[in-house]
Each structure stands twice: as structure tokens, then as C-alpha cells.
Write a protein that binds this ligand. Structure first.
Ligand SMILES: CC(C)(COP(=O)(O)OP(=O)(O)OC[C@H]1O[C@@H](n2cnc3c(N)ncnc32)[C@H](O)[C@@H]1OP(=O)(O)O)[C@@H](O)C(=O)NCCC(=O)NCCS
Length: 149
């Protein structure tokens, strides 16, 4: 039995744990600050956070969402965007990710969006397969660069 619902202030600790597992390169302080900004109403990204719970009320997955004015392969200027998508390893392969994406799509429609987009690292084959299984179409591969100024 999986429930997907918007994150509340009391979920901060559970969200932090999931966020840190998805993006371990970020420090706990960075994640905590992002969470505080969200609950303080100051965040443009994420704009919405959905948590999946198992039958015991334990948080087992998350979807962080935003609306982007510009997204690769999209034609509209308000694209619902899956910024973060994570399910704890022991719960994978049982429809939790699918339930999160279904709820995320519902959120996007409620925001007036007619497109939903996402991205993943080029070597993340599981993510690519899961995106395709959920109806996403691959629209491009991007190389990212940086230099100090
Ligand atoms: C990607 C992720 C969120 C999927 O969550 P999940 O709960 O396992 O997904 P589901 O069980 O709902 O599966 C959704 C679809 O993806 C497919 N899928 C899931 N895992 C897969 C795998 N290992 N190989 C191939 N396809 C897979 C399933 O076939 C399913 O389609 P179906 O319902 O038609 O069978 C999860 O694997 C994860 O957290 N990975 C690590 C973080 C990550 O890579 N996030 C995405 C970054 S953009």
C-alpha cells in the first residue's frame, strides 16, 4: 500500500534523508538549507515536493518538482519538471516510482502545464529505462562544461 502526498514541515527529517541519498555530493547543511527555504516559501526550485509512504507511514521515495520556462525538446514556456526522483533501494521495482510520477503529472496539470520533462545522467541506464517505461521520450543528450571566472 503506497501513498503519495505533498511534504509537510514535519517531514523535514525524512525528506533530508531521501535528498541526501539521491544527491550525496551535497552536504547535509546544503540540503537542510534547501529544505528550510522550501518551507519558508522562498524556493523557486523545488516548487513542490511529493513523498511516497509505505503502509507503516515510512517515507520511501520522493519527487521534487519545479516549473521551467525552457526545457530541452519542449515547446511550451511552463514545463513541469522532475528535478529529483528517488526510491529507497529496498522498495524499488514495486511501482513506487511510477506512483510518484503519476502524482507529479497531476501536480503539473494542476499548475496549468501541458508538458512534463526530466533529465538524468547519461550513464544512469535504470533511470533511462524507468523514464521510458513511464512514457517519457528521449529528446537529447547534453554535455555540460564550466570554467572559473
Ligand atoms: C528511478 C527510480 C526512481 C525508479 O523507482 P522504482 O520505484 O523502482 O520504479 P517503479 O517500480 O515504479 O518502475 C517504474 C517503471 O520503470 C521501470 N524500471 C524500474 N526499474 C527498472 C530497472 N532496474 N530496469 C529497467 N526498468 C526499470 C519498470 O519496468 C517500471 O515500468 P512498468 O511499471 O511498466 O514495469 C529508482 O530506481 C531510483 O530511485 N533510482 C536511483 C535514483 C535515480 O536514478 N533517480 C532518477 C534520476 S533522474
Amino acid at each position: 500500500m503506497i501513498t503519495v502526498r505533498p511534504a509537510k514541515q514535519s517531514d523535514a527529517a525524512a525528506w533530508l534523508q531521501l535528498r541526501h541519498a539521491l544527491w550525496p555530493e551535497g552536504s547535509e547543511t546544503d540540503h537542510r538549507e534547501a529544505i528550510d527555504r522550501f518551507f519558508g516559501g522562498d524556493a523557486r526550485e523545488p516548487l513542490a515536493v511529493l513523498l511516497a509512504e509505505d503502509g507503516t507511514g515510512c517515507s520511501i521515495g520522493l519527487a521534487e518538482l519545479s516549473i521551467r520556462a525552457d526545457a530541452e525538446g519542449c515547446h511550451s514556456d511552463r514545463v513541469a519538471y522532475l528535478e529529483g526522483w528517488f526510491v529507497v533501494p529496498k522498495a524499488r521495482g514495486h511501482g513506487v516510482g511510477r506512483a510518484l510520477v503519476a502524482a507529479a503529472e497531476e501536480w503539473g496539470r494542476s499548475q496549468g502545464c501541458c508538458e512534463f520533462a526530466s533529465d538524468s545522467q547519461r550513464d544512469n541506464e535504470v533511470s533511462a529505462a524507468a523514464h521510458r517505461a513511464l512514457g517519457f521520450i528521449e529528446v537529447g543528450l547534453i554535455r555540460c562544461f564550466r570554467k572559473d571566472l
